[in-house]
Design a binder for this molecule. Structure first.
Ligand code: MLT
Length: 264
């Protein structure tokens, strides 16, 4: 589906009924990343999956920041007449979730921070972003997909489930180069969200694959220590896209987390 937000088309799906949950994908994915969660959770939750600006079906912007991604999501909630939602972000989607919390706190009922980190890019990370920008300009999305796929998917999945690797490679390869470049600028310029951790007062679930090499378990442990009352779940045998690699395990912890809202 398409909504018109801030004068641009935003791709999203709105499936199921129950407590609204907004799913934010990572770099450079699209909303299809969440297919295993939507099919498992739509009986109990209203699952809204969004294409971040410039990716999937969402039109590109200019000089995009994490704040822009967050403002687009808040405007989509307005469009859907949803006052508050549980926000689940994977990796870059987690960075956008931090921005949403800072800018639109009242709209956030709970947080799921999946395979992500609070910190900003270190100088070495910024150098790698610049290399990725050059690669995207020279070789397009398939160059980016080739460079990223090994880090994106965990070792166990690469060994045992090559079809998952192919699915993820195809998703990365389908990203528009303009959206890749826009996201890389947003990523390298994003602020440090470490000071945000102590401000989070909504129920928070942190999920990470134990084979995640892009945002390793230690990053999740830091977020867990920083967010009072948060719960940390480490998914065995999963890498950076734990929701795709071990969907049943991730859906189980998500279901438990969602159930806790109906008890409160
Ligand atoms: C992602 O999956 O969104 C990226 O790995 C995030 C990052 O590179 O920091």
């Amino acid at each position: 589906m398409l909504a018109w937000i801030h004068g641009r088309a935003v791709g999203y799906e709105d499936a199921g009924a129950g407590d609204p949950v907004v799913f934010l994908h990572g770099f450079p994915h699209h909303r299809g990343l969440w297919a295993p969660q939507v099919s498992a959770l739509m009986d109990r939750a209203r699952c809204i999956t969004v294409d971040l600006r410039g990716l999937g079906e969402s039109e590109a912007g200019q000089s995009t920041t994490m704040d822009d991604y967050a403002d687009d999501v808040a405007a989509l909630l307005d469009h859907l007449k949803i006052e508050r939602a549980i926000v689940c972000g994977l990796s870059m989607g987690g960075y956008a979730a931090f921005a949403l919390w800072r800018r639109h706190m009242a709209r956030v009922r709970g947080l799921v921070l999946m395979d992500t980190r609070a910190g900003a890019d270190a100088p070495e990370g910024i150098r790698k972003r610049r290399d990725m920008i050059a690669l995207a300009q020279e070789r397009g999305a398939s160059g980016v997909a080739d460079a990223m796929i090994t880090g994106m998917v965990g070792k166990s999945t690469r060994e045992k489930c090559p079809e998952v690797v192919d699915t993820m490679h195809a998703m990365l390869e389908s990203a528009p180069v303009s959206g890749i470049l826009e996201a890389l600028h947003a990523l390298m310029e994003r602020p440090d969200s470490t000071p945000t951790l102590a401000t989070i007062t909504v129920p928070t679930l942190i999920v990470v694959g134990d084979e995640d090499v892009l945002t390793p378990v230690a990053e999740s442990e830091t977020m867990h220590r920083g967010i009072a009352g948060s719960r940390l779940e480490v998914i065995a045998g999963a890498g950076h896209v734990s929701n795709v690699e071990r969907p049943a395990a991730v859906n189980h912890v998500l279901s438990e987390f969602l159930a806790s809202f109906s008890l409160s």
